[in-house]
Design a binder for this molecule. Structure first.
Ligand SMILES: *Cc1c(COP(=O)(O)O)cnc(C)c1O
Length: 476
């Protein structure tokens, strides 16, 4: 594609030559986009569950960006809260100052000390939250004299972020490879992702599957030496990489027990699945008697109105610090940022006052039923799974053997494009099976979506899928 491409080509033509879609502005943007080959679509405004594009088209945001915009776009109460905070004070340094918006946000979420979580620490992104959690976990052991703990165990097919610490415990291959020998932490090992669709044997019950997973984890702990492990890190519900993977029943309870036996901390990454997304405020509430030592949150916390993420810290960890240095050996210029906290506070207040978490559980049943009903029997649909408004559809070439589609088909990306052409945004994923092959899409709409809108969303998805299936039939 020459750099003189003008902005007048059509969506389909643009897609055909590898451009996402036409946009306005000079031929070569000054902004570094994710790809140098394609340009993202320019959005002029957002309203409710819709995004309004530069060309007047309207798109239903069926993935809330990346499970971020839990209130949809342009919520007036959040806008007002941001403006009000900026008018009062927009920045203070946390070494000396605090603000009501930060204090109130922490109190709103942890004021009742839910599950023994007693402190919140706010940062700017999920990756920073993961790095903060990792540093805190190491500091916990360090202060208690267990300085020999230097290792991490995480799971395959998991994503925890793009900063050096977070990426070190992630297993997203494509993102890791260039940094493997130069930047990433050593001392990280990975166990099975607890994915029933891909991992549970036909000859195995759910209980036996859990038994096998726990045995693998125990063996890994013992191989490393359990007294040298800092923490086990897992997404409570696997997000973008594996596609809304819910754990088999009893898995996390057993994980918790095992970690306790060895004094290993449990860090649950709820950056994507937390903050109400799965129909409970903390995603781990679905997992029985499980309380993490540190929880990370992000995406839904501020609903995208400001960059904000956080960690919630169990009193056990806070207590250890209190007994030791009485300080968290960490800090960021923008931690507990007043405007970000005001945005998140308003977002969480709306979530609370509208009962959106409870509503999410109910709407999730509707969405799950719609997806199973409309897509479950389709030729390339291998699995429909999820919880709350956190759903994925995994696509396969062969339903019986679960053989993934060939990488060259580019199934999930093409489905995304077909949906987009029909006015729906979904979140595609490739590498579902092993980081390379496998296709899925995520449906993670704003929690404010109505049942009728869920219906239209699935209608569009189903039509887009049919178009793609026809195309594949015609070329094979
Ligand atoms: C998105 C995500 C992160 C990283 O968050 P950023 O805000 O992109 O840094 C970490 N963990 C999970 C599970 C995520 O989905």
């Amino acid at each position: 594609m020459s750099s003189t491409t003008t902005s007048t080509i059509t969506t389909k033509a643009a897609a055909a030559v590898g451009l996402a879609v036409e946009t306005t502005g000079p031929p070569e943007p000054s902004l570094m986009h994710r790809s140098l080959r394609s340009r993202p679509v320019s959005v002029q405004s957002g309203s409710g569950i819709y995004l309004n594009l530069w060309n007047g088209r309207r798109v239903l945001d069926g993935c809330a960006g990346a499970a971020v915009a839990i209130l949809g776009h342009g919520h007036p109460a959040v806008q007002a809260a941001i403006v009000e905070q900026v008018a009062k004070v927009s920045y203070v340094h946390t070494a000396k100052y605090t603000t009501d918006s930060a204090e109130d946000l922490a109190d709103l979420i942890l004021g009742t000390r839910p599950f023994g979580l007693s402190k919140a620490y706010f940062v700017g992104s999920g990756s920073e939250a993961m790095d903060s959690a990792m540093k805190l976990a190491r500091q916990f052991h360090y202060e208690r004299g267990e300085t020999h703990r230097t290792k991490w165990v995480a799971r395959r097919q998991a994503y925890h972020g793009n900063t050096v610490g977070a990426m070190s415990v992630s297993s997203n291959r494509a993102r890791r490879v260039p940094y493997e020998d130069s930047l990433l932490l050593g001392g990280v090992s990975f166990v099975d992702p607890a994915n029933s669709y891909r991992g549970q044997l036909a000859t195995e019950t759910e209980e036996q599957f859990v038994e096998r997973l726990i045995k693998e984890l125990d063996e890994e702990f013992r191989r490393i030496g359990p007294r040298s492990v800092i923490a086990f890190i897992a997404e409570t519900v696997g997000g973008a990489t594996g596609g809304c993977v819910t754990a088999p029943k009893g898995y996390f309870e057993r994980v918790r027990k095992l970690c306790d036996e060895y004094g290993i901390l449990l860090i649950l990454d709820e950056v994507m699945c937390g903050s109400g997304r799965t129909g409970s405020y903390f995603a781990f509430e679905h997992e029985g008697d499980v309380v993490p030592d540190i929880v990370t949150v992000g995406k839904g916390l501020g609903g995208g109105y400001a960059p904000i993420a956080g960690i919630y810290i169990h009193d056990k960890v806070v207590h250890a610090l209190r007994q030791g240095s009485a300080a968290y050996n960490h800090g960021h210029t923008y931690q507990a940022h007043p405007v970000s906290c005001a945005a998140a506070l308003a977002t969480q207040q709306v979530v609370k006052s509208l009962g959106l978490v409870e509503a999410c559980a109910e709407k999730g049943m509707i969405l799950g039923a719609l997806l199973r009903d409309r897509l479950g029997e389709k030729k390339y649909v291998g699995d429909v799974r999820g919880r709350g408004l956190f759903w994925a559809v995994e696509f396969v070439e062969d339903k019986a053997t679960k053989k993934p589609l060939d990488l060259s088909v580019g199934f999930s990306g093409r489905l995304q494009q077909e949906c987009f052409d029909l006015g729906l945004d979904i979140y595609p994923g490739q590498g579902t099976v092993d980081g390379i092959v496998g296709d899925h899409i995520l449906l993670t709409p704003p929690l404010t979506i109505t049942p009728d809108q869920l219906q239209s969303m699935v209608d569009i998805l189903s039509n887009a899928y049919d178009t793609l299936e026809d195309q594949l039939g015609a070329t094979s």
